[in-house]
Design a protein around this ligand. Structure first.
Ligand code: NAD
Length: 365
């Protein structure tokens, strides 16, 4: 299989879809062409790719020869992917990409569609990248805080530990809590899914239970159910009193394929302490606050709101190692036949990635 790894072009994107170590492990079933400079921002120079057995080439060579393209974001030149080629990348929830793909014969394996089943855990790019992003969100927030996270007890002065809250305790929220705790903060977590309580507590944070009833907030896929607008409003009011004592708030609440729930509105902003920093990890899907703007630092009523959309790129080396490992496991799972990638629609993972209806064997982990 001739496979191409392009250089990412989205501003702020520093990751690369496969690292030299992945290429070495994929072995001779794959003839891999890496676009010159593809790994340089993540710390993987061209030379390391050559040593691992890849060819370094210009993008036109990828377009001409590769029947499989693996990338983080979909390249801008999908119209130049080979006839009947396969694209493996993020972007499954991007409607303009779907439209552009429909004009081509390219088959897209959209990684957001990967089922959250035990068998697919090693391929789960959403989880691996959310872990890195949760860590990076705390560092980003800490840089903007007027206080430090740990307690200091010195002869020259004493400082109280900061309070950090994660709203949404999925993969990113839990990693944010774990990171803030390692840095010495007092940590608190909230999620609409009751099953998140145990996980919040397992990373040393206290679970915040606002005084509001949230019936069956979890779907069979393990994701949160979207709250009605009435429930959301009640939740906002109940959460506000828990947020007024926080220094750093990391919001991560998302519903796949839907706008992010509004957890902090202008009324809540008025209740927050001046100097509070919010890092909104849901900025790309609409934001969890009324003031979030993607990649813009907003100041409102003394509160700073950050909406970074490229957090995994803050640690592009490790993010790429995780992403590349996930892709390698996926490629190994798919397998090859007669020099092509095997795409078996009766396989639960493949059919989900293709956006086909679920075969009945899909079970949640
Ligand atoms: P996500 O990024 O879709 O959402 C982040 C979190 O926001 C979720 O925990 C969700 O419950 C929460 N949320 C949604 N609406 C909210 C609201 N109004 N208020 C507060 N929180 C709200 O989620 P994710 O991090 O991708 O993980 C979702 C679930 O999937 C978790 O239970 C996770 O443990 C599970 N998971 C399973 C696997 C697997 O392979 N079995 C892999 C990864 C994650």
């Amino acid at each position: 299989v001739v496979m191409g790894v392009p250089r990412e072009t989205l501003p702020g994107e520093r990751r690369v879809a496969l690292t030299p170590a992945d290429i070495k492990r994929l072995g001779p079933a794959f003839d891999i062409i890496v676009e010159a400079g593809a790994g340089s921002l993540a710390g993987f120079p061209d030379n390391d790719y050559v040593q691992a057995g890849a060819r370094i080439a210009d993008v036109s060579v990828l377009q001409r020869e590769a029947s499989v393209i693996v990338s983080v974001r979909a390249p801008e030149w999908i119209a130049h992917i080979k006839e009947g080629g396969v694209l493996i990348s993020l972007g499954a929830r991007d409607l303009s990409l779907a439209k552009a793909l429909a004009e081509t014969s390219v088959v897209h394996l959209g990684l957001e569609r990967l089922p959250r089943i035990t068998r697919a855990q090693s391929m789960d790019v959403l989880s691996s990248q959310a872990s890195i992003a949760g860590y990076a969100a705390v560092l980003e927030g800490a840089r903007h805080l007027p206080v430090i996270l740990p307690m200091l007890t010195t002869a020259a002065g004493v400082i109280k530990p900061a309070n950090v809250m994660a709203l949404g305790a999925g993969v990113a929220g839990l990693q944010a809590l774990a990171t803030a705790r390692r840095m010495g903060a007092l940590t608190h977590g909230f999620d609409v899914r009751e099953s998140a309580r145990e996980q919040v507590e397992s990373v040393g944070a206290s679970f915040v239970a606002p005084n509001v009833s949230l019936a069956s907030a979890e779907t069979s896929g393990g994701y949160a159910r979207e709250q009605s607008s009435d429930e959301q409003a009640q939740l906002r009011r109940a959460l506000a009193e828990h947020l007024r004592t926080m220094d750093l708030i990391v919001t991560t609440a998302q519903i796949p394929g839907r706008p992010a729930p509004l957890l902090i509105d202008d009324e809540t902003f008025a209740a927050l302490a001046p100097g509070t920093v919010i890092v909104d990890m849901a900025a790309e899907s609409g934001g969890n606050t009324s003031r979030t703007r993607p990649d813009v630092e907003v100041s409102f009523g003394g509160v700073t709101v950050l909406g970074p959309t490229q957090l995994p790129s803050h640690a592009a080396g490790d993010a790429s190692r995780m992403y590349g490992g996930n892709i390698r496991h996926l490629l190994e799972h798919l397998g090859t036949k007669d020099g092509a990638l095997k795409l078996d629609p009766s396989d639960a993972i493949t059919s989900a990635l293709l956006g086909l209806p679920k075969p009945s064997e899909v079970t949640t982990a």
